[in-house]
Design a protein around this ligand. Sequence first.
Ligand code: NAP
Length: 312
Amino acid sequence: MEKVTIRSTDLKVNPIGLGTNAVGGQMFYPNITDDAGRDLLKTAINQEVDFWDTAFIYGPKRSEEIIGEVLAETGKRNEIVLATKAAHEMIRGETIINNHPQFLERAVEEALKRLQTDYIDLFYIHFPDEDTPKYEAVGALQRLKEKGMIRAIGVSNFSLEQLQEANKDGYVNVMQGHYNLFNRKVEEDILPYTYDHNISFIPYFPFASGLLAGKYTKDTTFEEGDLRLKKPEFKGDAFLKNVEKVEKLRSIAEGKGVDIAQVILSWYLHCDEIDVVIPGAKRSEQVVENLRANELFLTEDEFLFIDELFDE
Ligand code: NAP
């Protein structure tokens, strides 16, 4: 497997990373266990899936804690490139979004403890707050970078204006945003900016929470409490139409001897703005399967066919 450098950083990773919101993520997926999360991480280590994406709010805290435990137990910390995020502050049972420099400094210190490490490879401001000037928030992270506590700076869920303000001094390395073939809004504004400013764009929800992975049928149902039931792509007629569209990719996948999920990942990696993807997984087999996207090559015609199929 050939590693890629995440654009302006010195982070070199397998382009197929791992989104870990299911690790300790019982808040999102009611029936997941901590042990299933540990298995996912150990499989990732064995398969050289070395770019892990977590956040304070996954759990909350539990995803980072489990990652810290597994890395301490296996002694593999230096083989993994760890990305985490913060912005949620819990005050007397209420959650607010905070980007204040002091809050971010404390958030990094606390994440380091949970992750049982003395550096974080990529630290993101998870969501923008309303008050903090974004260059001040990023300036705080730049100081932590100079101290060696973090190695790269990311922002997530920022609008174009917030990203421009955050990058006033040119310190932003990565922007993580909601992007997949069903949700392409960032193509209008964010992607041209990140590309022009040498910022790596990392799409989250690359499978639209599983819908683009090609295994749902019109009869698929979800457990009560599963957050997917609240998403527009999963509702009524839209769900049926979406499943039909994804099914149109089956012949490309079969022609290459892979599943639709890997064709989808390969499509993102074909985009000039994207260096790496962070598909989520709930079972170890999915981690292994998704790696096969590394062996794929989409022709320009296949890339454009998929582009047009989802361009509505
Ligand atoms: P996703 O990557 O779009 O979908 C992941 C789901 O797809 C899995 O849980 C699994 O669900 C299914 N799947 C994965 N591999 C598969 C395969 N090979 N075959 C068939 N199905 C497969 O959604 P996500 O996990 O929510 O998002 C990815 C990552 O992005 C997260 O883990 C997190 O790290 C990050 N994220 C960031 C933000 C942010 O605000 N920055 C927000 C959301 C997520 P089933 O098995 O249930 O079908």
